[in-house]
Design a protein around this ligand. Structure first.
Ligand SMILES: [Zn+2]
Length: 267
């Protein structure tokens, strides 16, 4: 599932593909993929993108006519740019047509991905409550400790909670906990100030390292040119048998998802 570095990479690709171009149309090929704000009582296209913003795992494109697009890739969504677009594919759920004949195609095997077209003034109504952006100055050890106060749930599950930290998913939470040397089962309220500092530092590091190489491709995720990211080559525990120090990596189920950790490196 695309997480912050993957969404960041796709958004950058999207912005460069749309630079100087107009979106002439949005076609929908699957019920429920594209939805419209009822307040949108005008034809939104053609329009130009004036800003692209990432919030958590959401991409927000602001158009030049007070309209916005929210794109959420969810599990298997991918946006692929094609200068000379092919015929509609069976897993293609929507398509942006550009004024130069190119297209940005939205493929989504599992169909959980969403594209919402709305009046920009209504943006907040269409986004869930999201916690601090991990790459912003708001994400500090103090912020994290305050959010973890009184929480008995495992730290792994709490870091996946988008209302605490926005944009983290299974891959980067496993990786940052390994780097911070913290067991994924540790109760939220048992995290010390020192551990919170370690988590913040390693969250920022692992996300920035992944962004530098275009994200992690372990399943469907692709960049806008249909190439894979490269961070899967730098993972330390996620889907690994052995940690970088040669210890056996353990896999447990938490909140319906697999957690990978090293019982010797993580306390
Ligand atoms: Zn180890």
């Amino acid at each position: 599932m695309p997480e912050l570095p993957e969404v960041h990479t796709v958004l950058e690709g999207l912005q460069s593909a749309l630079e100087g171009r107009q979106i002439s149309a949005l076609h929908s090929y699957y019920p429920g993929t594209v939805s419209y704000d009822p307040a949108l009582d005008y034809e939104p296209f053609p329009a130009r993108v004036i800003a692209g913003i990432r919030r958590g795992k959401y991409m927000i494109l602001n158009l030049d006519n007070a309209t916005s697009l929210i794109i959420h890739l969810r599990m298997t969504g991918k946006l692929i740019y094609e200068a000379q677009p092919n015929e509609v594919h069976k897993h293609e759920r929507a398509r942006f047509e550009l004024d130069n004949g190119a297209a940005i195609r939205f493929f989504d095997l599992r169909t959980f991905g969403k594209i919402i077209l709305l009046k920009s003034e209504n943006l907040q109504n269409y986004l869930p409550k999201l916690g601090a952006e991990p790459l912003s100055p708001d994400f500090t050890a103090q912020y994290l400790l305050q959010k973890l106060k009184g929480r008995k749930a495992p730290i792994k599950n709490l870091l996946l909670d988008q209302s605490i930290v926005a944009g983290l998913g299974n891959i980067y939470v496993c990786e940052l906990l390994y780097r911070a040397r913290i067991r994924p089962e540790t109760a939220g309220d048992k995290i010390t100030l020192q551990q919170a500092k370690e988590m913040v530092k390693h969250t920022v590091d692992v996300l920035n390292e992944a962004i530098l190489v275009g994200g992690t491709s372990v399943s469907d995720y692709r960049r806008i040119d249909d190439k894979t990211g490269e961070f899967q080559h730098f993972l330390r525990v996620y889907h690994k048998e052995i940690c970088p120090l040669g210890h056996e990596v353990k896999r447990i189920r938490q909140g319906g998802r697999s957690s990978f950790f090293c019982p010797l490196c993580q306390k």
